[in-house]
Design a protein around this ligand. Structure first.
Ligand SMILES: Cc1cc2nc3c(=O)[nH]c(=O)nc-3n(C[C@H](O)[C@H](O)[C@H](O)COP(=O)(O)O)c2cc1C
Length: 305
């Protein structure tokens, strides 16, 4: 019945629609599959995977804030081997793009994780997390360093033919400089943004509300910042952008596309309304009908056209 085309392509990879589930908010897809028909969505981004399993930070790891939340999970994950053995069989049952998000504490570890995972046919692309604010080793250290981001991009491109998306940190002075380096080193796309560094204190105990003291702020509170970062990249660099940050509904998603996102990810919304991704797809179809749009991707960057 729907003649509306929601599809798009990034780095030669076709997506049936631009709605992706953000890293760290749906586990390995299994945690949300009761609520969302994963066959309907454009893609799943896994929790960040590291070479070896990680326990992450001790609790308290999450706290609610005004219009958002702070998290300092510390990249708890099962590691690449267990992911391939225990999580891939479940994910293989779905017809959606599987994007493996990788976190590491050295360039060699990024390369090794990508090399191990790339031989698995069920994996469509990689999102390289150079921007996690919650770990001492790596993470933001890389995300803040132009030359490191360039080296990581070219090194992982060297071991896979699958698209490489570099997930950028908003905790830098000029995010477009990082997108430029990613493009120069052969990256296929950037995703923006990861969380903003924040903190919250209990006034009675005078102690931080999360064990790690600082955490990453996400949710509606960061949407205007994320939109401005996507717009900055779109204005300065010709590279596909996957918009992330506070998308709670289809209207938010449309805003991201207008300022330049080819696709987008839904994160914190999954904790509030676990079927948000499906509702967003329905809303996008209705929006296209109302606006007389037959191919949704035409609105990407329309503010600048
Ligand atoms: C609980 C939680 C865990 C997260 N874990 C990861 C992670 O492992 N790797 C990563 O790249 N981003 C991680 N993120 C960041 C999200 O993928 C996303 O970039 C961010 O939350 C902003 O989007 P949102 O406002 O829609 O949540 C996490 C976010 C939350 C809330």
């Amino acid at each position: 019945m729907d003649k509306i085309d929601l599809s798009l392509e990034i780095g030669g990879l076709k997506f049936k629609n631009p709605v992706l589930l953000a890293s760290g908010t749906v586990g390995y897809g299994n945690e949300i599959s009761e609520f969302v028909d994963l066959n309907k969505i454009g893609g799943i981004v896994t929790k960040s995977l590291s070479l070896k399993p990680r326990k992450g930070n001790p609790p308290q790891r999450i706290v609610e804030t005004a219009s958002g939340m702070l998290n300092a999970i510390g990249l708890a994950n099962v590691g690449v081997e267990s992911f391939l053995k225990d999580k891939i069989p479940f994910l293989k049952g779905y017809k959606t793009n599987l994007i493996c998000n990788i976190a590491a504490s050295s360039i060699e570890e990024y390369v090794e994780c990508t090399r191990i995972l790339t031989s698995e046919d069920a994996i469509s692309a990689f999102e390289i997390n150079v921007s996690c604010p919650n770990v001492k080793d790596g993470g933001l250290e890389f995300g803040n360093n132009l030359s490191a981001v360039g080296k990581i991009t070219s090194a992982v491109k060297g071991v896979t033919r699958k698209p490489i998306i570099i997930k950028l940190s908003p905790n830098v002075s000029r995010i477009s400089d990082f997108a430029k380096v990613v493009k120069e080193e052969g990256g296929d796309a950037v995703s923006a943004i990861n969380t903003l560094v924040g903190t919250a204190f209990n006034i009675w105990t005078k102690k931080p509300k999360i064990f790690n003291v600082t955490g990453g702020l996400s949710g509606p509170a960061i949407k205007p910042v994320a939109l401005a970062k996507v717009l900055e990249i779109k204005r300065k660099v010709d590279i596909p952008i996957i918009g992330i940050g506070g998308i709670m509904n289809w209207q938010d998603a449309v805003e991201f596309m207008i300022v330049g996102a080819s696709a987008f990810q839904v994160g914190t919304a999954n904790f509030i309304q676990p079927n948000s991704a499906e509702l967003i797809i329905e809303g996008l179809i209705e929006y296209c009908k109302k606006m007389d749009i037959t191919k949704l991707s035409e609105i990407t960057g329309s503010f600048l056209i």
